[in-house]
Design a binder for this molecule. Structure first.
Ligand code: F6P
Length: 359
């Protein structure tokens, strides 16, 4: 076979491990050829491709990012470009089909989140053979137990919380740490547990600043003059809205969140008169060398995708159903979000050990 591979949407640790596993499995098991597509679907719009052989993937297992590049504003069905200083959107999906054929591809492995995989699925209707591999640090993709990148991201946040703790304690301050997690609070709740946060704010549980202040007072009464709050970027005040930072035209999800941490910090200071600071971890969470867990999961996904390509399981996505890697129809996986269950183990455990969700 001649297999195309692309990485789309926001990057995350482990993408290179998947690319490497695809190339190695293709070479060692099937004597296939692999073609790397540059910058997500843009590479098939502009025909930017190159061969990917064993030499090209040598040494990339521990590297963060993606050697193929990525893009989160490359939806070929709604491709946004500046023409004469004006943003115009057009359907260039037929160009993608043409370039898929020009490259003599037998199938295309698409590594991406919900938006990228949805685009991949739409190309099935145009006759392309696609297979999806789920990725996102947010861990909010339905139909897979876990996405790669998440484990590394929560380790990064945990390490940041360890550092924030010492300065919070020295200065008797409240420290708010804003983390990623648009629709689901997986990063906040898991890293909050691992990093010993005292208050965790997640999109699934609307918060009340008075309740946050109450928790801070309780700690003060016990002689604890500092508090660490972790806020997912998608956390919402009860009866309020998400804090939107910007809009990205041409992205499958145009809204970019940000600012809830600063807002919460200001409210805490207004109510408690305690010095409060906010740290936004931002894209730091998407970088770094993948953890052992993410390297293994990414390798399992990559190797399984090539296997399923040879089985003819197109329009499918590989998924972890512990302990197995399975292939499930793309339609089963898309448009459903895996959110933190408010009565699930993470939240229940956090409450048991005295963590407040600001509710
Ligand atoms: O990958 C998902 C995500 O990390 C979200 O948590 C975050 O809102 C978004 O990507 C940020 O995207 P961008 O790179 O466009 O700022």
């Amino acid at each position: 076979m001649r297999i195309g591979v692309l990485t789309g949407g926001g990057d995350c640790p482990g993408l290179n491990a998947v690319i490497r596993a695809v190339v190695k499995t293709a070479a060692h098991q099937y004597h296939d050829e692999v073609v790397g597509v540059r910058d997500g679907f843009s590479g098939l719009i502009r025909n930017k491709t190159h061969p990917l052989d064993l030499d090209r993937v040598s040494g990339i297992l521990p590297r963060g990012g993606t050697i193929l590049g990525s893009s989160n504003r490359d939806n070929p069905f709604k491709f946004a470009e500046y023409v004469g200083g004006k943003m115009v959107q057009q359907d260039v999906s037929n160009v993608v089909v043409e370039n898929y054929r020009k490259n003599n591809l037998d199938c295309l492995i698409v590594i991406g989140g919900d938006g990228t995989l949805d685009i991949a699925h739409r190309f099935t209707e145009k006759g392309l053979k696609v297979l999806g591999i789920p990725k996102t640090i947010d861990n909010d993709l339905f139909a897979t137990d876990v996405t790669f990148g998440y484990d590394t991201a929560i380790t990064t946040v945990m390490e940041a919380l360890d550092k924030i703790h010492t300065t919070a304690e020295s200065h008797h301050r409240v420290m708010v740490v804003e983390v990623m997690g648009r629709d689901a609070g997986w990063i906040a709740v898991a890293a909050g547990l691992a990093g010993g946060a005292h208050i965790i704010l997640i999109p699934e549980i609307p918060f009340d600043v008075e309740k946050i202040a109450q928790k801070i007072y309780e700690r003060k009464a016990r002689g604890k003059h500092f508090t660490v709050v972790v806020a997912a970027e998608g956390a919402v005040p009860a009866g309020g809205d998400r804090t939107i930072k910007r809009l990205v035209e041409g992205s499958s999800e145009t809204v970019r969140l940000g600012g809830v941490g600063e807002m919460v910090a200001q409210e805490i200071e207004r109510i408690t008169h305690l010095e409060t600071r906010c740290t936004v971890l931002g894209h730091l969470q998407r970088g770094g060398s993948p953890s052992a867990f993410d390297r293994i999961l990414a390798t399992r996904y990559g190797a399984a995708a090539v296997f399923h390509a040879h089985e003819g399981h197109f329009d499918h996505m590989v998924a972890l159903r512990t302990p197995k890697i399975v292939a499930i129809p793309m339609t089963e996986a898309l448009h459903q979000m895996k959110r933190v269950e408010v009565t699930g183990s993470h939240v229940v455990t956090a409450r048991r050990v005295g963590i407040s969700f600001g509710d």
